[in-house]
Design a protein around this ligand. Structure first.
Ligand code: SF4
Length: 297
């Protein structure tokens, strides 16, 4: 485990950021609270997304790599099953390489390299740009007012949440996709009104309402997210298709285990309702999820 790095106090970070404000910035701090920081970076080499502003949700005072190793990454990723869990012997299957960009961005933030930007500056910085909500971390941790304001000035967006089953995050439905990992989760998210992005194994069929991501390996990398922007949430009476992608390698194994977990819910044809639905939610997301969605049915 890496040694705990020295972190600057918030006031020192802000003072340094202010001092360097006359130099061209490489990113912006959009939001901070005692747990997290939300940073927008304007340059990327990500070949799948193409030219998009990348928004990172990082632990505020903990090196993100250390957070992964100690389990403190639940600050930004909640109970996402791709986090890994040493005590349960489960390996991390998230595709984000935290030792690379997230850690570099967190270190730059900790050195006061990013300007602080309020909502009245969004138009001049992000106007006409395309935005990816959640290059790392849960986009539902970005306050909804910021998501709305950025969406209003941008030329398009993408985003994905694993927290789509919780009542308090239903307001994010118009902005991001529900990230689902099985036919049963797909059915459940659809019953809440989300558009979905489903990770599947090669032997799981597409439903009639899904298409494959055109920027995927199986689609021949035909485009980028910046050009496509299908993953921008659910509109009123939205007839657009949901998206699916085949996962490979270590991540594919975790989807098989999820399917084993929900063996009592056999296929997408099963409508999840009543006791079956409650049992599924409790097993998959914990009993507290039942409490939080109780009022939305
Ligand atoms: S469907 Fe479009 S926006 Fe969504 S991940 Fe694929 S390329 Fe990106």
């Amino acid at each position: 485990m890496p040694a705990k790095p020295k972190t600057l106090s918030v006031s020192k970070r802000r003072a340094r950021a202010k001092k360097r404000a006359y130099r061209p910035t490489i990113g912006y701090v959009l939001f901070e609270n005692p747990n997290i920081v939300v940073i927008a970076t304007t340059r990327t080499k990500n070949p799948k997304t193409g030219d998009m502003v990348q928004i990172w949700i990082l632990p505020r005072d903990v090196d993100p790599m250390r957070a992964v190793q100690t389990g403190e990454d639940d600050i930004v990723c909640f109970d996402c099953k791709h986090r890994g869990d040493k005590s349960a012997g489960r390996k991390r299957t998230c595709y984000v390489q935290v030792a690379k960009a997230p850690r570099g961005i967190w270190r730059a933030y900790n050195r006061g390299r990013y300007e602080y930007l309020a909502a009245d500056g969004y138009q001049s910085v992000f106007g006409g740009k395309k935005i990816r909500f959640g290059a790392y971390g849960e986009p539902v941790l970005i306050p909804i007012a910021i998501v709305r304001a950025l969406s209003a000035v941008s030329a398009g967006r993408t985003g994905y949440t694993h927290q789509w089953m919780r009542a308090e995050y239903q307001v994010y439905r118009p902005y991001v996709m529900a990230s689902v990992d099985s036919p049963a989760e797909y059915a459940l998210a659809k019953s809440f009104g989300w558009r979905t992005f489903r990770a599947r194994t090669a032997d799981q069929a597409l439903s009639a309402a899904e298409i494959i991501c055109p920027a995927s390996d199986e689609a021949g990398y035909r485009t980028t997210c910046a050009q496509c922007r299908l993953c921008d949430g659910a509109r009123e009476n939205d007839a657009r298709k949901d998206i699916a992608i085949i996962v490979h390698g270590a991540a594919a194994k975790s989807f098989v285990s999820v399917d084993a977990l929900i063996a009592s819910v056999p296929s997408a044809e099963v409508k999840l309702e009543g006791a079956v639905r409650d049992a599924y939610i409790a097993r998959r997301f914990g009993a507290d999820a039942l409490v939080s969605i109780g009022g939305m049915r």
